[in-house]
Design a protein around this ligand. Structure first.
Ligand SMILES: [Mg+2]
Length: 364
């Protein structure tokens, strides 16, 4: 029987963490849905066999029916993800429960978890998995960045493959028990963090480091295009500058200064776009640890919108400050640039954190 309690996941060695549930609860109907709701969970993924009902049975216990009803009344979306080899039985069970199910590659693959989340429009932090097996339900949930609640199997009668899993599970379970705190209802209360343990501070510092690399990329590529890149017999700068002047200001004198000024903005576009993509790539993996590792178009689009908005904010703030401060031209310039940069960095960070990457982050 699983003693109710929670695991200190951040203290578990990395290689074991993937198998660690967030919490143990004896039976599904003992899971407190009000508490899950208060923790921001909105989608509950459910295993079937030995979690909702005994293996091979078609009789859903009254406690399961009552619990499902209560969770739905609370406002939860519920979805079954099962490794069953009998989809007809699964379909019949889900119909009688009135809840949805998904079929895809078997747990511990992330596929069913990701499919269920995208169907119900919930991010990993808003989702919780409840199941009775470490090697499928819990491992799969962790791989998808979802909290898992590990329940006691309802019966000892099981599929032969599951019985083998139970032996491995027993060994892992013994190790995990060292990090277990009984009677903690769901999550372990966090230690009081110091400044650098605050997640938002760490995220901001990472964001800033990546910002520096993006700036280097931006300036480096822009410099290359302006002063090194050839174009046939001449340079790219001269070619672009002359073309721009020819289109927008025909007849104006083609001085070296006029050509350079005209080429500056068009040759800045590519470096800026590449620098922003660099920001997306590393922030999605390192700073905000997005659960889904492949590049997601909607996140990329949002990232560009926020980053480009932040650039406009930078321009607006620095121009305003430049007009307001009068303590010497170079100092005015330095103060204006600094103010623009700080405000834009904050706008960028807050926008990316609260909008672009909201709800898609992996949990440790
Ligand atoms: Mg099961």
């Amino acid at each position: 029987m699983r003693i109710p309690g929670a695991y200190s996941k951040d203290k578990i060695p990395y290689f074991l963490r993937h198998f660690a549930p967030h919490a143990n609860i004896h039976r599904l109907h003992e899971v407190n849905v009000d508490e899950l709701w208060a923790r921001g969970k909105r989608l509950i993924l459910l295993d079937v066999d030995n979690t909702l009902l005994p293996w091979r049975s078609m009789d859903l216990p009254q406690e399961t029916l009552d619990w499902v009803k209560h969770a739905e009344e609370k406002g939860f979306a519920l979805c079954v993800i099962s490794n069953t080899r009998h989809p007809e039985r699964l379909k019949a069970l889900c119909e009688s429960l009135g809840i949805d199910f998904v079929l895809a590659r078997m747990k511990p693959s992330r596929q069913m978890f990701v499919k269920a989340m995208s169907r119900h429009k919930a991010g990993p932090t808003e989702t919780v998995m409840i199941g009775d097996q470490l090697l499928t339900d819990v491992l799969g949930a962790n791989r998808a960045g979802i909290d898992a609640i590990w329940v006691t199997p309802m019966s000892n009668v099981e599929f032969a493959g599951t019985r083998i899993n139970r032996v491995i599970e027993a060994v892992i379970g013994r190790f995990l028990f060292r990090y277990f705190q009984p009677s903690v209802p769901y999550g372990v209360p966090a230690d009081k963090p110091g400044l650098f343990k605050h997640q938002v501070v760490t995220e901001f510092l990472k964001f800033a480091v990546i910002g520096v690399t993006s700036t280097i990329i931006d300036i480096g590529i822009h410099f290359y295009l302006m002063y090194i890149a050839p174009y046939g017999e001449t340079s790219l700068r001269e070619h672009v500058g002359q073309s721009v002047l020819g289109i927008f200001n025909p007849g104006s004198p083609m001085t070296e200064k006029a050509i350079t000024d005209a080429a500056y903005a068009p040759l800045k576009i590519l470096p800026v776009l590449l620098a922003i993509f660099n920001g997306y790539f590393w922030n999605s993996r390192w700073t905000f640890r997005v659960a889904e590792r492949k590049i997601q178009f909607n996140l990329v689009a949002k990232f560009y919108v926020v980053a480009l908005t932040a650039m406009l904010v930078n321009l607006g703030v620095s121009t305003t400050v430049m007009h307001m401060v009068h303590i010497g031209e170079k100092r005015d310039f330095a103060i204006a640039s600094f103010c623009g940069l700080v405000v834009a960095a904050l706008v960028n960070f807050i926008g990316q954190r609260q909008w672009t990457f909201h709800g898609v982050q992996k949990r440790s």
